[in-house]
Ligand binder design. Structure first.
Ligand code: NAD
Ligand code: DAU
Length: 337
């Protein structure tokens, strides 16, 4: 079997490639990736893949690669909410036009597709709401990023219904693990502390994210590819709700700092308050369970990975912090804690 992995040089895609190598050594892998700022070819070192540098919106290239594949797993996207607020345009191109181009190619060649998406398409929940997102939650995206992911999901569903393509969809909660860009919350705070800087909490720091280890996301994707029904959406989550403040305090303790040595900074515009996933359908219908049930130990392993792999993240760090410094200022603790 030859799998085409779009976005396979990014965080989740690279971990997907390594997971596949460990668990399915006979699968041949082609990675199509534009190698944007968010990717790093070295994340694929040792993975024995064909790496094609190119745009998922390049119809001729995508047609050729899809035509030579037995399965497409689609990770490629612009993914950072803060960037989508600064400039939505690349998000429209990669996430909406890119998915459209891929859909036309799988339609032409009759190749099955798995579309990787996010829980952010459902908007957010109140902190005291007992509800969690399910496959029946209404779409209500808040940011340009999540709106483009919602659009891409709807395109996939329409291509299944109108053109009969074979496709499954998944919407996952916040991933953590190795190879995540330092612009994202957990790597940013770990590398700040390693650099002697304070972690930065947006607003009051009480927003909740539902954390899942990236290997659990990827084992779920393979479960859906192998056992899922075409046209169906499966929510992926591992019951990992934490406030941002709790996560920062755990990072500070793990790195030998006082747990309150963080700063509050300017909040994100339209900042979603809480995400929470009910993954009963995936667990009950397809028999999937997460391997990383203890967020604290998964987080410690992730901290160790960043401590041991400075050469991987160091080249991105200064430019990332410069970009943040241009828009974020430190808030008065009396107004936030
Ligand atoms: P990432 O930003 O780390 O990686 C995205 C990859 O896509 C990069 O390698 C980038 O070079 C590539 N890419 C971007 N535009 C491209 C284009 N036009 N053509 C080809 N390649 C392009 O993102 P990630 O966190 O690994 O997310 C991967 C997928 O998973 C995305 O679709 C995202 O929406 C989804 N997702 C992410 C999370 C999360 O917590 N990170 C959770 C749920 C779903
Ligand atoms: O829920 C899935 C989504 O998770 C994915 O679809 C996105 O691609 C991925 O980036 C992630 O989105 P978030 O916006 O939740 O992730 P981010 O890492 O940007 O932020 C996580 C939380 O931490 C959020 O509440 C904002 C906050 N935050 C973030 C940064 C970078 C801070 O408090 N300080 C920070 O410095």
């Amino acid at each position: 079997m030859r799998v085409l992995v779009t976005g396979g040089a990014g965080f989740i895609g690279a971990n997907f490639v390594h997971w596949t190598r460990r668990h399915k050594p006979d699968v041949e892998i082609t990675v199509l990736d534009a190698l944007t700022y968010a990717s790093d070819g070295s994340s694929l070192d040792g993975a024995d893949v064909e790496l094609v540098k190119g745009d998922v919106a390049d119809a001729a290239l995508v047609d050729r690669l899809v035509g030579a594949s037995d399965l497409v797993v689609h990770f490629a996207a612009e993914t950072h909410n803060d960037n989508s607020l600064a400039d939505p345009s690349p998000f429209l191109q990669a996430n909406v036009v890119g998915t459209f181009v891929l859909l036309e190619a799988v339609r032409k060649h009759g190749v099955p597709l798995h579309h990787v998406s996010t829980d952010e398409v459902y908007g957010d929940l109140e902190l005291d709401d007992p509800a969690r997102f399910t496959e029946d939650s209404p779409y209500d995206p808040s940011s340009p990023y999540s709106a483009t992911k919602a659009a891409s999901d709807l395109l996939v569903r329409a291509w299944v219904r109108s053109f009969g393509i074979t496709a499954t969809l998944s919407n996952c909660s916040n991933n953590y693990g190795p190879y995540q860009h330092v612009e994202k919350f957990i790597p940013r705070q770990i590398t700040n502390v390693l650099d002697g800087s304070a972690p930065k909490l947006y607003g009051d720091g009480l927003n909740v994210r539902d954390w899942i280890h990236v290997d659990d996301h990827n084992s779920a994707v393979w479960t859906i590819v192998e056992k899922g029904r075409s046209g169906e959406t499966y929510l992926i989550g591992a019951d990992g709700e934490e406030t941002n403040k709790t996560v920062v305090q755990a990072i500070l303790r793990a790195l030998g700092q006082g747990e309150n040595a963080y700063e509050h900074v300017t909040d994100r515009a339209g900042h979603d308050r809480r995400y929470a996933i009910d993954s009963s359908k995936l667990r009950t219908e397809l028999g999937w369970t997460p391997a990383y049930v203890d967020f604290a130990s998964g987080l410690r392993a992730t901290i160790d990975w960043y401590r041991e792999n400075e050469a991987w993240w160091r080249p991105q760090k200064a430019a990332t912090e410069q970009k943040y410094a241009a828009t974020q200022t430190v808030l008065d603790p009396a107004a936030t804690d």
